[in-house]
Design a protein. Structure first.
Length: 567
């Protein structure tokens, strides 16, 4: 256990991260890269809208003697969904991150966290979190193991503001009963063991851990519905997501076409809060998967008859409706109704066949009859079960703004936009100009992106300003035979870490070690060379330079994320 904590603390030192959204979870990817070089890492196959999350198998130097003990260890120490475990001398945890946190935030047990290593009062900490993200708050201890994972993941922190439920705080022995809750990572100054809760006066200061809950997506919804199936009826899973079976006593009526959708939402709400759901849209894959679960089952779907009218259901005479038109209806996230015909290949032989009461106001799926599942027109059986599917908002990257050139960062799943400006400005003025476009002085993730940024300078100007800056604790002049950075690789001022990207334009620490124009750079000799420029030397390379010198510059921003129809 001590070894695990030690290694994770090292991971925490590396986790200086950026302020941007990506189509996978950055902290999960970085953790996987740390443990096994990323060899088992599998990003979600369809970005924002994948029904699966990012996956990785972590192998820890901790022995467990049974599957149960391995599962218990993994669930306590790996802050993601655990899909499988392997006990032994080295415990293996197969994990999945379904939710996505912004790159600036680290995901732990379904929440997104960001540490600010500045001492501030509790009131200031509350306001500070709001500046980090509109809906961010001081972190809430929603499980008892969270303080220990905070201890593992965040380094050089002695104490931090925290919130917790009464169930966690009720046993605190503390004279300051009305004080502010604090997590003492180092309990010495409070006469407590390490990683302990206490209450302190409002005048006390501490660091702050902010949190927000990431939005629901298809991968997380799919995971939760599978858990639902472990408790109730088996969940049916297709390439479109997961479907749960309900027991209904519901009639669809022509005056309320979305009654079944609201019913599905109510069924799911205790499991997926504020859920929007719909009855299942029939597809061949869905029919086949239902048939595997149970033969001879009659279920209702979202298919309905366009010909059905109330006056026909109560008429004195019968009339056949051969060739009736059946459709599937749902409501998109934009509020508009979507109606498409039912796939004709899904019908059983001689169907749909409506007689007398316009029987298939909601057609039903019959599974297993004659060995083949298919749709059949029948009366709206009041107690026939409905299969429901959760609907979540879908997102995608839009186009870069006019004048910006796009680059897809494959390593982190992000679409980024760059734009060159030829007028010469100092670093503060260039950054201010970028912000008028909703951008910042840019950064890059790999050599190909560096080359792209270099090609934007079509004027052939020697030096161009970008968004890297020397770390404030590393303002040290070089010497004749000594560079302007620490030769110790583990130092925060090593060549790898002496510079950092500002304003979330790329992940930190930067991957720029091999991009300097000379071996002795960054040298920081005789000047306040705190800013980063691209130079035309050996192709495209880097130099450190004064922030008060005017240069042309390149702005960068993430491509806009656009909301699509619910799916």
């Amino acid at each position: 256990m001590k070894m695990l904590m030690k290694i994770l603390i090292i991971f925490g030192l590396l986790a200086s991260i950026t302020n941007a959204q990506v189509d996978r979870d950055w902290s999960f990817q970085r953790m996987c890269e740390f443990w096994d070089g990323g060899s088992s890492y599998r990003p979600r196959p369809n970005g924002f809208n994948s029904i699966e999350g990012d996956k990785c198998t972590f192998e820890y130097p901790v022995a467990t003697d049974s599957r149960e003990s391995a599962k218990r260890y993994c669930e306590e120490n790996v802050p993601y969904h655990i899909n499988d475990v392997t006990a032994g001398e080295r415990t293996k945890c197969s994990a999945e991150a379904t939710l996505i946190c912004k790159n600036e935030w680290i995901q732990l047990f379904g929440r997104c966290y960001k540490m600010t290593k500045e001492l501030m009062t509790r009131d200031n900490a509350v306001e500070h979190c709001k500046t980090q993200k509109d809906d961010a708050t001081i972190a809430f201890l929603h499980r008892e193991t969270l303080p220990f994972r905070i201890y593992d993941y965040f380094t050089r922190v002695s104490r931090l503001w925290i919130d917790a439920s009464e169930a966690i705080t009720k046993d605190l022995i503390d004279e300051n009963v009305n004080g502010n809750l604090l997590l003492a990572i180092d309990g010495y100054m409070y006469n407590l063991p390490n990683v302990a809760l206490t209450r302190v006066d409002s005048s006390e200061t501490a660091m702050v851990l902010c949190e927000y809950t990431p939005p629901m997506n298809r991968a997380e919804s799919n995971h939760l519905l599978k858990k639902y199936g472990e408790i109730y009826y088996p969940t049916v899973s297709t390439s479109e997501g997961a479907f749960i079976r309900t027991t209904s006593s519901l009639n669809r009526i022509d005056e309320d076409l979305f009654k079944d959708n609201r019913y599905c939402s109510r069924v799911m709400n205790p499991f997926i809060h504020n859920s929007n759901a719909r009855s299942a849209i029939p597809t061949r894959e869905f029919l086949d998967e239902v048939n595997k679960v149970q033969n001879g089952l009659i279920i209702r779907t979202a298919a309905f008859s366009k010909n059905s009218r109330k006056d026909e259901r109560i008429g004195a005479t019968c009339s056949a409706k051969k060739g009736a038109t059946h459709r599937v209806l749902w409501r998109g996230s934009d509020g508009n109704d979507v109606s498409v015909p039912v796939d004709k290949s899904l019908w059983r032989s001689d169907e749909p066949n409506e007689i007398c009461d316009a029987g298939s106001w909601s057609s039903a799926l019959v599974s297993g009859r004659d060995g083949s599942p298919g749709l059949e027109a029948m009366s709206d059986a009041r107690y026939a079960p409905i299969y429901c599917q959760n609907t979540v908002d879908s997102y995608s990257y839009g186009d870069c703004p006019a004048g910006f050139t796009e680059y897809y960062r494959k390593s982190i799943g992000q679409k980024f936009c760059h734009r060159f400006f030829s007028e010469k400005k100092t670093q503060p003025d260039a950054e201010a100009h970028c912000q008028t476009f909703g951008a910042h002085l840019t950064g890059y993730t790999d050599s190909e992106e560096l080359k792209l940024i270099g090609t934007l300078n079509v004027l052939g100007i020697w030096e161009t300003l970008i968004g890297g800056r020397r770390r404030s604790e590393c303002i040290t002049n070089g010497a004749k035979n000594e560079p302007g950075y620490s030769r110790e690789e583990s130092s925060p001022c090593s060549r790898k870490r002496v510079y950092e990207w500002k304003n979330g334009v790329a992940p930190n620490p930067p991957t720029i070690e091999n991009d300097w124009s000379f071996d002795y750079e960054p040298n920081y000799v005789a000047y306040k060379e705190e800013c980063l420029t691209i130079v035309r030397h050996k192709g495209v390379s880097l130099n450190d330079n004064e922030c008060d010198w005017p240069f042309p510059f390149v702005c960068g921003m993430e491509a806009p994320i656009v909301k699509l129809l619910s799916s």
